[in-house]
Write a protein that binds this ligand. Structure first.
Ligand code: AMP
Ligand code: MG
Length: 315
């Protein structure tokens, strides 16, 4: 398929997942965790394979151009599939160009800084793809659902008072705009899991010994706050999906479909950047040709002067 057709197809695929900036989201109403765009699992495997190889090519160009970076933020409720998504979507890319950062309960040092500090320290460099496994959005999710987290943040009284969440939304939007303006593109994926599918995955984590480590009693306590989280997610999606850093709500009840969506969102972002391999100017080309002639003169008796030339002519 031609590049333009592929780009168009991906754009069409991700469009229904994007949260329209300025819209008011009600997760339960607006996004179905079981949606699969009419695809079958078998078609999905083929799609993911081509998505992964597309990502690999774009990442190579992104790194060579060394002008833009990409930050992919992944958010989900427990058992939403963040780890597996990262593993599968990034399976084809050069590990040198990718950084994955996970964010857990903040350390004492982190609590001694402004709330975006620890995320800013993990931003991708130009040419890199950075993945946040959980992200600065925890600051308006878990911190909101459990306000004792806010108390621990050692903020001055005026910074935790009335309006703190709306202030944080604005600060996050401003920060992401600043990053975008400076060549770090931000894209955000929320893996949208149903309560029933979470129950099933928890049971599996309890039943299978090799999955036990993934489960903790805290997960059940968090599940009890399901409705509060849904509300916090809905508000966050409404307030922070912006033209420069949009949210995508990815249906997560089928892991294979969620992975295709995440790959497509990342591919769509890279296609938007359209990174190019640097080309050399006339002087540099002359130098290349002079170097080539010297190397050709060095060819040992009987060896081809330029073994690649025939290959190149053959295409
Ligand atoms: P996991 O990703 O399952 O290893 O769990 C990490 C835990 O860290 C989750 O329970 C998150 O809710 C928690 N966490 C992540 N970021 C924050 C934050 N900024 N404040 C408080 N807890 C957090
Ligand atoms: Mg966990």
């Amino acid at each position: 398929m031609s590049d333009a057709r592929t780009a168009k197809r991906i754009a069409k695929f991700v469009k229904p997942l994007r949260v329209k900036p300025g819209s008011s989201v009600d997760l339960a109403e607006d996004f179905d965790p079981r949606y699969k765009a009419g695809l079958k699992k078998r078609q999905g495997a083929e799609l993911l394979r081509s998505g992964v190889s597309l990502l690999s090519e774009y990442q190579s160009r992104l790194a060579a151009q060394d002008t833009y970076g990409v930050l992919l933020c992944l958010q989900a409720l427990d058992a939403g599939g963040k780890d597996g998504t990262i593993r599968h979507v990034m399976s084809g890319v050069n590990p040198q160009g990718v950084t994955v950062s996970g964010f857990k309960v903040p350390s004492a040092e982190e609590l001694d800084h402004d709330f975006l500090w620890r995320y800013a320290r993990r931003l991708p460099a130009r040419g890199d793809i950075g993945i946040f496994n959980r992200s600065h959005y925890e600051e308006v999710l878990v911190v909101r659902v459990h306000p004792e987290n806010l108390d621990r943040q050692k903020l001055p009284a005026e910074a935790k008072g009335h309006g703190v969440w709306h202030r944080r939304y604005r600060e996050i939007n401003d920060w992401e705009r600043y990053l975008t303006d400076n060549g770090i593109k931000v894209v955000k994926v929320f893996l949208n899991l149903s309560k029933e599918e979470q129950r099933t995955r928890f049971l599996k984590r309890i039943d299978l010994p090799e999955k036990n480590w993934k489960f903790s009693a805290a997960d059940i306590r968090e599940r009890e706050r399901w409705d509060d989280y849904q509300e916090a997610f809905s508000e966050m999606l409404s307030a922070t999906s912006t033209p420069w850093a949009p949210w995508y709500v990815v249906p997560a009840d089928r892991k294979w479909f969620a992975r295709i969506c995440a790959a497509a969102v990342l591919a769509h972002t890279l296609i938007g950047i359209d990174p190019q391999y640097p080309t050399v100017d006339d002087d540099a080309r002359k130098e290349l040709l002079a170097a080539k002639r010297r190397l050709e003169r060095e060819a040992p008796r009987g060896a081809a002067r330029d073994p690649y030339a025939a290959e190149h002519r053959a295409g």
